[in-house]
Design a protein around this ligand. Structure first.
Ligand SMILES: Nc1ncnc2c1ncn2[C@@H]1O[C@H](COP(=O)(O)OP(=O)(O)O)[C@@H](O)[C@H]1O
Ligand SMILES: [Mg+2]
Length: 387
C-alpha cells in the first residue's frame, strides 16, 4: 500500500527515465520507480490471465465481424446455408455482440438471437477450411440434387463413425440431417459437411434432447453452430463459477452445483448405450444454468467408450505414455501397448479438478460443522485419489 502510494505520487514512467539518466535521485525515487514497473507488469499479467484473448489479434470485434460478413457473402452466393442464416444475414435478428475466444482457429462468439444471448461456435474461422463433400464433384451440374438419399445417409453415418466411433441407426442423426431439398440444397450439403467435420457439433447433435447436461443446439449457418449462452466457469472465480445471482448464498450454490456435477457423472456413465468419457475436466469447460444445473460446454474431448478405447490403445514403454489428458490407461509391458480400458473415472477427475477446490479450501462455509468439513475433505481426497 505504502509502495503504491509512493508510486502514485511520484513514479510516472518519464520520471523513472530521468532518474536513470542523471542518477541524482534518492533511494525513495528508485524504489518508487521499481514499484511502478512492478505494478504495471502485475496488472498486465493479471489482465492476460483473465482475458487471454486480448493478445490474439483475431479475437477482436473487427476480425469477428469480418468472419461473419464472409459467412453472409457465401450465404447470399448459395455456397452455404442453415436455419440461422436468414436471421443473421438478412433479417438482423441474430446480432454479433463480442468475441469470447479464439485459439488455433476455434472461434467462440457471443450474439443476441431474437432477444436471447447465444454462442456461435466453429472449429475453423473460414468455411473454406473444411473439406467439401466429395459427392458434389460428380453431381456438380445439378448441385447434388440427384444424389440418392440412402447414399447421403451412409456418407453422413460414415462421418459420425469417424468423429465419434459410433455406428448409427438412420433415424438418429437429429439436427445433423439437412432436411428437405430445396433451392439451397448445394449450400445445405456443403454446410452439413462442414458441421460433420466438427466432433463437438456431431456429439451435440447426438445428445440433442437427451441430456440436461449438454447445451442444446439452437441452429446453424454454414460452419457456425449456435448453442445457449451460459455462465461459464473459470479458475479466477472464487467458487469456480460466477454466482452473482445466487440469492441463497455461496454455500448453498456450491452444494447445488456439486450435486449437479454428481448427476452429470452418473448420467454420462450410465444413460447412453456407451459410457461417455470426459477427458478435459476444468472449470472453463463447464457452465451453469440459473438453477445451477451444470452443463458440459466444451465436449471436444468427450468420447464414447468405443472411441475412447481406440484413442487409449497406443504403443507405450511406460504408463506415462498412456495418459490422454484426464483419461488414463496402463501400459502392458509384455506387448508394449496401452490397455484400451480407461483406468480412472469421470468421478475421480471431477473430484480432483473441481470438488477439491470447493471442499478442501477455505471456501468452506461456517454453516457446516468442523467435523463435517473434515469428512467432506477426506471423502473428496479419497474420491480423487483412491490409491
Ligand atoms: N455456451 C457457452 N456459454 C458461455 N461461454 C461459452 C460457451 N461455450 C464456450 N464458452 C466460452 O468460450 C471458451 C472456449 O470454448 P471451448 O469450447 O472451451 O473452446 P476450446 O475447445 O478451445 O477450449 C470457454 O472456456 C468459455 O469461456
Ligand atoms: Mg475449453
Amino acid at each position: 500500500m505504502a509502495m503504491a502510494q509512493t508510486a502514485g505520487a511520484r513514479g510516472r514512467p518519464g520520471q523513472c527515465g530521468r532518474c536513470g539518466r542523471r542518477w541524482r535521485c534518492g533511494r525513495r525515487t528508485l524504489v518508487a520507480c521499481v514499484a511502478w514497473t512492478v505494478v504495471w507488469v502485475l496488472a498486465a499479467a493479471l489482465l492476460l490471465r483473465a482475458h487471454p484473448g486480448v493478445l490474439s489479434e483475431r479475437c477482436t470485434d473487427e476480425k469477428s465481424r469480418r468472419i461473419l460478413a464472409a459467412l453472409c457473402r457465401d450465404y447470399q452466393g448459395g455456397a452455404l446455408a442453415g436455419d440461422l442464416c436468414e436471421d443473421l444475414c438478412v433479417a438482423g435478428r441474430l446480432q454479433y455482440r463480442r468475441c469470447l475466444y479464439y485459439e488455433r482457429g476455434k472461434k467462440v462468439l457471443q450474439a443476441d438471437w431474437r432477444g436471447r444471448p447465444v454462442i456461435l461456435k466453429s472449429k475453423e474461422e473460414a468455411f473454406s477450411s473444411f473439406r467439401p463433400p466429395g459427392l458434389m464433384e460428380d453431381q456438380a451440374e445439378d448441385g447434388g440434387q440427384g444424389f440418392p438419399e440412402a447414399e447421403l445417409l451412409l456418407l453422413v453415418a460414415g462421418e459420425v463413425k469417424s468423429a465419434l466411433g459410433l455406428e448409427l441407426a438412420a433415424g438418429s442423426l437429429g439436427p445433423l440431417w439437412p432436411g428437405r431439398r430445396g433451392a439451397r440444397w448445394r449450400g445445405q450439403l456443403a454446410s452439413l459437411w462442414s458441421l460433420a467435420q466438427q466432433e463437438e457439433f456431431v456429439l451435440l447433435s447426438m445428445l440433442h434432447g437427451l441430456s440436461p447436461h449438454a447445451p442444446p443446439l439452437l441452429g446453424s449457418c454454414g460452419h457456425f453452430y449456435a448453442v445457449e449462452y451460459l455462465a461459464a466457469g473459470s479458475p479466477h472465480h472464487r467458487a469456480l463459477f460466477p454466482l452473482d445471482g445466487a440469492s441463497r448464498g455461496q454455500a448453498q450454490a456450491v452444494s447445488d452445483m456439486a450435486l449437479s456435477f454428481l448427476d452429470l457423472v452418473r448420467h454420462f456413465d450410465n444413460d447412453f448405450s456407451h459410457r461417455l468419457h470426459l477427458c478435459d475436466v476444468k472449470p472453463e469447460n463447464f457452465a451453469i444454468r440459473r438453477d445451477f444445473t451444470v452443463v458440459a460446454i466444451d465436449v471436444d474431448m468427450a468420447f464414447f467408450e468405443p472411441k475412447m478405447r481406440e484413442i487409449l490403445e497406443q504403443n507405450c514403454t511406460g504408463d506415462e505414455d498412456c495418459n490422454f489428458f484426464d483419461c488414463f490407461s496402463k501400459c502392458d509391458l509384455r506387448v508394449n501397448k496401452c490397455g484400451a480400458q480407461r483406468v480412472n473415472s469421470n468421478l475421480q477427475v471431477v473430484c480432483d479438478k473441481i470438488f477439491r477446490h470447493w471442499f478442501s479450501s477455505t471456501l468452506q462455509s461456517s454453516a457446516i460443522s468442523f467435523q463435517l468439513q473434515r469428512q467432506l475433505r477426506e471423502a473428496v481426497q479419497e474420491c480423487a485419489d483412491p490409491g
